[in-house]
Structure formats: C-alpha cells, structure tokens
Design a protein around this ligand. Structure first.
Ligand SMILES: Nc1ncnc2c1ncn2[C@@H]1O[C@H](COP(=O)(O)OP(=O)(O)OP(=O)(O)O)[C@@H](O)[C@H]1O
Length: 322
C-alpha cells in the first residue's frame, strides 16, 4: 500500500482533459521522467454506488494484459482512500469524435484508414476473448502522428461463452444486447458497422432523443444508406456487420476478423503496412509539445482540485488488489 501510494506522489497534476460518466482524466507531469501521462481517476464511493466495481476491475486487468499499436498503453494502477488510479499513455491529438463533427463526415479514404486500425485492435482483443463493447468515435483518440489509440476499457470483458449484462452506448448496441439474449465478441463487429456508417454519413443509422426509441429502431428498422455518401461496396460491408443473425455476421464466423479484412472494401489494403503504422494518416493533429492540451475541451480549473469523498472501509477493501 505505502509503495503504491508513492507512485502518485511523483505526478504533478496539470489540467483536466476528460470527464466521463465514471472517471476524470487528468494530464499529469511525471517529475522523475519529465514526461506527460493521462491519469484516469475514479471515486471509489461513486464506482461502488453506480455498481461499476466489476467493470473497473475488468478494465485494470485487461489493460495490464494487453499491448498493441492501436491501443492506449497502460503503466500502473494505484488507489488511495478516495480514488482508484490508472496511469495511461497521454494521447495528445484528442478524440476522433471532434474531427468527425468538425468535418461532418469522412470521405471513403479517411473512413477506411481509421477502420483498418480499429479492425486490427479488435482482432487482437478478440484473440484473447476480450470483447471491447464500447466502440464509438469518443473512445478513439489520435496520437501526435494521427494514428488511432483505442481508450476506455471500462466495459471490456473476457467472454469465454456468453454474457448477459447491458453495457455500451445506445446508438451502438447490438440487437442481442438489447434483447438480453447473451452476447459475445460479435457485438464489436456490429458496433464497427455502425461506426463505419457514422464515419461516412455523419451520424449513426438509428437515432432518437429517447434511448428506448433507438432500441426499437435497431430491432425493427433497416438502416437507410444515402447513396451520395455510401458506395455499394461500403453498404455491403456495413450490412454484413450489422446483420442481426450473429452466425452470419462478418467477423463472427469461422474465419473471424479475416472475413472482414478480406472484404472488397479493403481490396487494396496491405494489412502489414497498417499494423506497422506505415499508412499515411489523413489528419495530423496540431500538437506543439508533449503536454499540449489544445485538442481537448477546456475544463474548469477546480475540476483538477476536486476531491472525491473518503470511501468506507467496506468499499475500500473491494479494491484490495487494485
Ligand atoms: N490516455 C488518454 N489520453 C488522452 N485523453 C484521454 C485518455 N484517456 C481518456 N482520455 C479523455 O478522457 C475522456 C474520458 O475518459 P474515459 O472514456 O476513459 O472515461 P469514462 O468515464 O470511462 O467515459 P464514458 O463516459 O465514455 O464511460 C475520453 O473520452 C478522452 O477524451
């Protein structure tokens, strides 16, 4: 415990770079290394109250297990009487979401570049039976060279058979999650189909202010494909990814991710080049120095100094191995 607390001692808090449902993410400067990192902080009291204990434990366990060019790097976890901490690589280019909203939609080449990098990240995760379960543009960050880094493993889980919890973001939920039919890594291929659609069209196919109506649309309606933005090959790929029948869903059949990679939409893609980060990124973020936060929303300074409540002993011991 004393040893673990020492880790935080060397971090100077610089500014808040993200506030999610369960976490605050702070840019920290690590004095001994003179480097910047992203510190994800979660209030123990809040995590327990919002029934996220297992999710956070999964997140830590999975982050500690994986290493991939398109997934955010994890360094260590820690806790004190108020918070849980995850020290992550700082990815300074900001969320792909911001770039997508700014440009309204991506052309085929841009959409394809990001899709290729996500496919390799998903293929890697699925090889360990890890379902990511929260594919959306907000969880895709750009590094300083413009390559993708998947972040937020809060809903990721090792799934060896099927699992029944309802997690994810409404617009991206696979039908089997909505129906509580038990789900597996196949849900990520469904969400990838929705993501490609959002890249090309500028919004997901099933939208509504009320999540319940989104679920109804996902279950009952067919996606409409504006021909102006979605060419027939992309349409074919998306339809194969968002197919309700999991046994026919691309990525979830016996050839796994290879069926997706071999789809006509990726005809000229050299997958080794993709893995080696040798494709030219279509957007190069403006990053002036390693601790530059210009690509993130500005948060109130008091967020940095916000103190979570002291957790109860019962809650604290739930995270004994964190
Ligand atoms: N490693 C990182 N580098 C830079 N920014 C990051 C990093 N990790 C997270 N962020 C920023 O912080 C935001 C919130 O982080 P994260 O998504 O992990 O929190 P969360 O509470 O689990 O979110 P959600 O509400 O989506 O569940 C991200 O959307 C991103 O903008």
């Amino acid at each position: 415990m004393a040893l673990k607390e020492n880790k935080i001692k060397y971090c100077d808090f610089v500014t808040t770079i993200g506030v999610g449902t369960f976490a605050r993410v702070i840019l920290v400067h690590y004095r001994t290394k003179n480097e910047y990192y992203a510190l994800k902080m979660m209030s123990i009291e809040e995590i327990v109250r919002l029934k996220q204990t297992e999710h956070v434990k999964n997140e830590r366990k999975i982050l500690a297990h994986i290493k991939h060019p398109f997934i955010v790097n994890f360094y260590w976890s820690d806790r004190d009487i108020r918070d849980l901490y995850l020290l992550l690589e700082y990815v300074p280019g900001g969320e792909l979401f911001s770039y997508l909203r700014k440009s309204i939609r991506f052309n085929t080449d841009i959409a394809k570049f990001y899709t290729c990098e996500i496919i390799l990240a998903l293929e890697y995760l699925h090889s360990f039976s890890i379902a990511y379960r929260d594919i959306k543009p907000e969880n895709l960050l750009l590094d300083s060279s413009g390559h993708l880094k998947l972040t937020d493993f809060g809903f990721a889980k090792y799934i060896h058979d099927r699992t029944y919890s309802t997690v994810g973001t409404p617009e991206y939920l696979a039908p089997e999650i909505i129906l509580s039919n038990g789900h597996s890594t196949a849900v990520d291929w469904y969400s990838l189909g929705i993501l490609i659609y959002e890249f090309l069209v500028g919004q997901p196919p099933f939208i509504d202010d009320n999540p319940f109506h989104i679920y109804q649309k996902i279950l009952q309606e067919n996606a409409k494909f504006p021909a102006k933005y979605v060419d027939p090959v992309a349409k074919h790929l998306i339809k194969k990814l968002i197919i309700h029948d999991r046994t026919k869903r691309l990525g979830n059949m016996k050839n796994g991710a290879n069926d997706v990679k071999n789809h006509r939409w990726f005809k000229n893609v050299n997958w080794e080049y993709v893995y080696d980060r040798r494709l030219q990124p279509p957007i190069i973020p403006s990053v002036l120095h390693s601790g530059d936060t210009q690509n993130f929303e500005q948060f109130d300074d008091c967020d940095v100094w916000y103190m979570s409540p002291i957790s109860s002993i019962e809650d604290f011991v739930l995270f004994a191995d964190f």
